[in-house]
Design a protein around this ligand. Sequence first.
Ligand code: ZN
Ligand code: ZN
Ligand code: FE
Length: 754
Amino acid sequence: MTVATVQRIRIRVTGVVQGVGFRPFVYHLAHELALAGFVGNDSSGVFIEGEGAAESLAKFERRLREEAPPLAHIESVQVTDIPACGDVTFIIAQSNAQPDKQTLISPDLTVCDDCLRELSDPNDRRYRYPFINCTNCGPRFTITQDVPYDRPLTTMAGFTMCPACHAEYDDPLNRRFHAQPNACPDCGPQVTFVHGDDVRCSGENAIQQTITSLENGAMVAIKGLGGFHLACDATNFDAVQRLRERKHRPSKPFALMARDVEQVRQFAVVSGEDEQLLTSRERPIVLLQKADNAHLPANIAPGNTTIGVMLPYTPLHYLLVGDVPLVMTSANVSGEPIIKDNDEAQSKLAHIADAFLLHNRDIHVHCDDSVVRADYPIRRSRGYAPFPMKLPFDVPPLLAVGGELKSTFCMAQGKQAFMSQHVGDMQNMETLYAFERAAEHMQAIFRIQPEAIVCDMHPRYLSSQWAQRFAAENNLPLVQVQHHHAHIASVMAEHHMAADAHVIGLAFDGTGYGTDGTIWGGEVFVGGYRGFERIEHLPPMPLPGGDAAVKLPSRLALAYLWACDIPWDDNLPPAQPCAPATHRILRQQLEKNLNVAQSSSMGRLFDVVAALIGVCDVSTYEGQAAIELEAMTAADVDTHYYAVDAKAFDLKPLLVNIITDLRDGLPITVIAAKFHNTIVKWVVATSLHLRQQYEINTVALSGGVFQNVYLRRRVQKQLQQHRFTVLTHQQVPPNDGGLALGQAVIGHFLLQEK
Ligand code: ZN
Ligand code: ZN
Ligand code: FE
């Protein structure tokens, strides 16, 4: 090689390229192609300079993209020619922090096969070590305090690597080269088992004690990756019941952790798609159909035909889950965020957990398990956050704070929208603090300085009140977005709809504040990101006691009957649970309109029908009545109630017909199906009508009601049969967990008009 042929290029790679083995990969590639130069991390990604023959440099550039490590996600590669400087070796350079630049932090990663092999190899120095990890796996998002992603800026900073670990960390040919959380039993984090005041042990003893306690029916609080779980033997009815009593959680389903897919098949139906989700790198909780002969106690998921299951995702889980599946439910005090610190767990869970399995690797930010159903996400959190969504257009730096229930927020900038991990129901100060911590964290690791704040229009949402304060204190513009408009914009953004696109939007959910100050939730819109017209909606109905009505579907049903002039006959299921005095008070409340809100909610209509046919009279968790109604819907019924057309939905004939069917002794499974089908008919008739009037052929479906698979599939199928393009959620949840994405994009357009 003569000097004249030597060239040098500078390459900048952005995307998820830190903490995923990208530098070792570049190092190997450069050596293979006999290039000189260096590779390093900085706050905006990976920088490379390569020097060598032109032909080798071209190969280098190509293979960089084509052979990148499986966990890397390259957003861009920029190459510039620079003068050669006569380097002879290729090295890994020091990391550079540049405070204003941005890089992507990877989500936490499921333990890899190589590490699992070592975990079960008695001759390996990390045999049964619960914190084994490498550049291809381990914690990332939840331990990172700042960027660049380097050990001193993670919660591993306090652990000094032993010589053996350090040698791996420094060896470019080792799987643990620059693996920031690298650790071993000699130098890394440790588990501790605590039971009462006298039992305290660590290491393998702690693991064994935990297993024994679980076998004996105990509740153990186990510290995991993004927070604590409460665990118990899922096959032990009494243990599950005790957990329900202590957690004050009478019927909300518990998620399970099973050893492997084979074990899952003992109690659930696993399709090929389900298996892919269960074993995916993200390892979400997957909602599966319960098997007919499932040998599981009925109190795991009462009233549900589905069951939430995940496979182990940390080495610790692999050591704990054995011949029986475990209940693994997020450990929190009812309504509060998941607990992540040892002290907090020991004080707040003292009355729930019999014992604790703690560890000393701090969780910097909480992150709950994600939940998915084969065709859509229900909660996008661990494994997915903070991986960005791609927007169809550029937006200025924005913080959209989300809604109230199942809250998430969105930090957006340019074409990237970073949806946060699940924050929870923002109805108390603890959740608000968790939101603030998570938002500060996201701001730190992505270097985004919001130039505007976006929130829901609801004056009483804690998130909206926080947004108002924050905007005022920081002198930032505040944009308020209508709830259902945000739902529709969210599904539009997910499908990369252009800035001026128009759709027919169906936003069906429980509650959202309308522009007229009433509660909306059964909305048919025409419009786009910039605005919408409310074309149609369910008739406003009384909610006695406002939001409290949500918890009592039977009272709600009586209120709907009252509003439709239908008498409360004693033999109607919702009339039975109430004493005559309660009837009198309710009737007076409705007649005098005392503390009665008005709502056009679709979610509430599902609650009412569930109560009317005797499926659910008291709701102990959000959506319970609707979930139980869906669970009992007959699959093979195609009939519906009265001829629905595109006019305003008339509730009275619907309720009268349901009561007639009930009196005629029609099975409630058939009534439930006929009710669902009536909604489908109304949706299709309305969409056809609007297509003619507005010449719009795209229908966007959003809102928590579309978690109902029966409804969603039928609506989708029938609209497609009429050649509509149907947009449904695939990346963010249809419930309020996806709201912030819509807020961010609408916020961008409303800001332009300010
Ligand atoms: Zn690994
Ligand atoms: Zn070590
Ligand atoms: Fe909503």
